[in-house]
Ligand binder design. Structure first.
Ligand SMILES: [Fe+2]
Length: 373
């Protein structure tokens, strides 16, 4: 996909609560998607701000853990269609949901699943103008705040990704303040997801602009440098993680994801494990069998970008990060392991081939085996 950075980004501590950043919403109609926890913690104060600028808004508190195609089609029927903006305040799922709703508003008769890339039916290309999305990420990991992707799932078939420059958010308000009180588990898994986005887009053999090596290596460096303190509660490091997630989002928009995400997405098809956790389960396993020469390319790029810093060895640093939490081995039936393998072979070989190691059938099977009890 030929993609340039199209999102205007406002970045800084506390910016979500400053009126001046929302002049775009003055006297506009806005649909706000969020979840109950975020609403209770942050949105009550925000609605006062919206009233002051005469913005009329409707808030929907989503319950789904990850956007389900049937739920998007159903929810869409209950909403008014004439909004100036759709604002997503939440993690990757909420932002992906908002992108999907923006498509539905312009294509009310089509099922959202038919816009996703999967093998079961013909994919509809988005040509019409969509209601612009404003993303306000409340975790550091998804990258969805600036990407042209929306992941939706169809419980009967699989997970699919909608890819279109038309769903790239118009504006992203990135406020590291949201990260301060995140539970440690969420900090860990979403942080690893961002790390995976950067590593995979750096190493993927997809043709990409040269600056992507710099955005992804900077993101990796920021995560390695700040992760432990961020995980332990340092407020200062929240900014580095939010920035790393943003840069990782830019990186996958151009470089795409590769093998670790392919494994994670196939696992997500058969088990109800959220995206970031699935990625964390597989990232380290794939890195363990990645050629040192490939990982050194990242080490060298980091050294080039930050010559005053101590030389880094990302493999060692990532091993230290993984010691912060115990990732449980999966309990999978033989049948389920086979389903993951078959889903990879059927739907994700493109991502597998983009990764710079030869992942033959035997290796794919042994990686699946290695994450199980
Ligand atoms: Fe991801």
């Amino acid at each position: 996909m030929d993609f340039n950075i199209k999102t205007k980004v406002l970045f800084g501590f506390g910016i979500f609560f400053e009126k001046k950043n929302f002049s775009i919403l003055k006297r506009k109609k806005v649909l706000i998607l969020t979840n109950k926890l975020i609403f209770d913690l942050f949105l009550k104060k925000f609605t006062v701000l919206l009233n002051e600028i005469n913005c009329s808004f409707v808030i929907i508190k989503l319950k789904d853990q990850e956007p389900l195609a049937s739920s998007i089609d159903k929810k869409f029927k209950t909403i008014n269609k004439k909004y100036d903006y759709i604002m997503a305040v939440g993690g990757g799922s909420v932002i992906d949901y908002a992108k999907a709703i923006s498509i539905k508003i312009s294509y009310p008769k089509d099922k959202i699943w038919n816009f996703a890339s999967h093998n079961s039916s013909k994919q509809i290309k988005i040509k019409k103008k969509l209601t612009p999305v404003i993303s306000v990420p409340t975790t550091a990991g998804t990258g969805s705040e600036v990407t042209p992707f929306s992941v939706v799932s169809n419980s009967k078939v699989a997970k699919g990704t909608i890819k279109s420059v038309k769903i790239v958010p118009k504006l992203s308000i990135i406020d590291p303040y949201f990260l301060i009180k995140l539970p440690k588990k969420i900090k860990f898994f979403t942080g690893i997801d961002a790390l995976a986005h950067s590593i995979e887009s750096f190493l993927s053999n997809k043709l990409k602009p040269k600056y992507i090596y710099k955005t992804s290596a900077t993101s990796i460096f920021l995560i390695i440098k700040s992760f432990k303190k961020y995980f332990d509660g340092s407020i200062k490091e929240c900014e580095n993680l939010a920035l790393a997630s943003l840069l990782a989002g830019y990186s996958i928009s151009n470089g795409g994801t590769a093998a670790p995400h392919a494994f994670a997405q196939s696992l997500g098809v058969i088990k109800n494990i959220n995206h970031a956790e699935s990625v964390a389960i597989f990232l380290k396993k794939v890195l363990d069998i990645t050629n040192t020469r490939e990982l050194n390319r990242i080490n060298f790029e980091i050294k080039k970008l930050f010559p005053d810093q101590k030389k880094v060895n990302i493999k060692n640093e990532i091993a230290k990060i993984y010691k912060l939490i115990k990732i449980k081995k999966l309990k999978l039936l033989k049948k389920e392991k086979l389903m993951i393998y078959e889903d990879i072979k059927k739907n994700r070989l493109g991502s597998i081939k983009k990764y710079p190691i030869n992942l033959n059938d035997q290796r794919i099977k042994s990686i699946i085996e290695s994450v199980c009890k």
